[in-house]
Write a protein that binds this ligand. Structure first.
Ligand code: FEO
Length: 387
């Protein structure tokens, strides 16, 4: 797809509607875009390539847009294969084109391209360096761990455009129109969630820039109401809840735990809680469950006991939260066990390893199915969650 961003800057990225799982783990029902850009000036710069899966389509875009010109530079903001997967083909096609990247990116290049020697055509840039293309000037800022250590972003000074690498990206192809927040949030917490501190550092660098357009490596080019996106990134990267509400995640073997979780949801709604979301960790999208755990200010984990431990789908969920640096939340616990309930103890021990997690008491223990004797504790849990 080729579109104009401005008169001299064009989008030349591609949509991927065939990939089953992004990064071999994230469902992408609406596809994925691998974004790439070109800036025309006295010098011509291509900004990032695309996943090798779409190399031919991208090279065709490059060919069409260049109209016989030879690019002077390829700017490499990020070395992950969804962005450098087609770079070797471009480098071979244009042997005079120079490659602009951070030192960490240059060090990574032989890992991906042992057959190539780019050494004579590399320009290493560091924090604050600029590259003049004529009227356009790119200003480089390092953004380590947003989402890999070699990542940098660039700011085009004359048109005030931030090329933000993975930051401000989202799941979903550009040909699929949808609201930004939901799939950007799922993308953020699953891809960058662990690196809130580093995202804060990048936001702080960007706060001194006058940004009119954000061009990320995935998802739509952001042109209006930029404070909406920046404010959300600020909330997310500070690990602050975005929405007041209770997220209930259950992992149930035969339905008894799920029934208790749904009863809790019903009682919370009856008590006036406006936003209550229930997820079945055995069947629903894990990445969305992670997203919702970060989104709401309170969560409840409900799981069966299993092999003297916790039922694996819940263990997997909590392990994901641990990996993503989950913190600053209140968490309620429901455990089930037909003969020796232990899921609660295991869940509590994992949660206690996380930063600033407050366990909401009382924990509810059910045996096989919820019964009238459990109701006082259930009511106490509802009261504590809605206090
Ligand atoms: Fe889109 Fe971290 O790669």
């Amino acid at each position: 797809m080729i579109t104009n961003i401005t008169e001299s800057i064009k989008y030349i990225g591609v949509d991927d509607m065939d990939l089953d799982l992004f990064e071999s783990q994230y469902s992408i029902p609406n596809g994925m875009s691998y974004n790439s850009y070109v800036i025309f000036d006295d010098k011509t710069a291509i900004l990032d390539s695309v996943d090798n899966r779409k190399c031919d389509e991208w090279l065709n875009n490059v060919n069409v847009v260049l109209q016989g010109k030879t690019p002077d530079y390829l700017i490499v903001h990020h070395m992950e294969p969804d962005h450098i997967g087609s770079m070797l083909h471009l480098a071979e096609k244009y042997p005079t084109m120079q490659i602009v990247a951070s030192m960490r990116a240059v060090q990574m290049m032989p890992q991906f391209f042992h057959e190539a020697d780019f050494s004579s055509r590399i320009i290493v840039v560091k924090e604050g360096d600029t590259l003049s293309l004529g009227k356009h000037t790119l200003n480089f800022f390092m953004a380590p761990m947003v989402h890999w250590p070699e990542v940098m972003v660039s700011y085009e000074q004359s048109e005030k455009i931030l090329f933000s690498a993975d930051a401000f990206g989202k799941f979903g192809a550009l040909s699929h129109q949808e609201e930004w927040d939901c799939e950007a949030r799922r993308y953020y917490f699953n891809i960058c969630g662990k690196y809130g501190h580093q995202v804060q550092t990048l936001l702080s660098k960007c706060s001194s820039l006058d940004i009119k357009i954000i061009c990320p490596l995935h998802g739509p080019i952001l042109t209006d109401n930029l404070s909406h996106y920046i404010d959300l990134y600020n909330t997310w990267s500070k690990y602050e809840p975005e929405t007041k509400g209770v997220f209930i995640a259950h992992a149930s073997i035969h339905g008894g735990t799920a029934h208790a979780a749904n009863l809790l949801a019903k009682m919370l709604r009856e008590k006036g809680e406006e936003k209550v979301v229930v997820t079945d960790l055995c069947r629903d999208d894990m990445a969305e469950a992670i997203e919702d755990a970060f989104r709401y200010d309170r969560i409840v984990v409900a799981a069966s006991s299993y092999d003297a431990n916790v039922f694996p789908p819940m263990h997997d969920f909590l392990h994901h939260l641990q990996l993503k640096n989950f913190q600053n939340r209140q968490v309620g616990i429901i455990e089930n066990g037909s003969w020796a309930p232990c899921a609660g103890r295991i869940m509590r021990s994992i949660l206690e390893q996380l930063k600033n997690i407050e366990i909401i008491e009382p924990m509810l223990t059910i045996r096989s199915r919820i019964n009238p004797e459990n109701m006082p504790t259930m009511k106490a849990l509802v009261d504590a969650l809605t206090k």
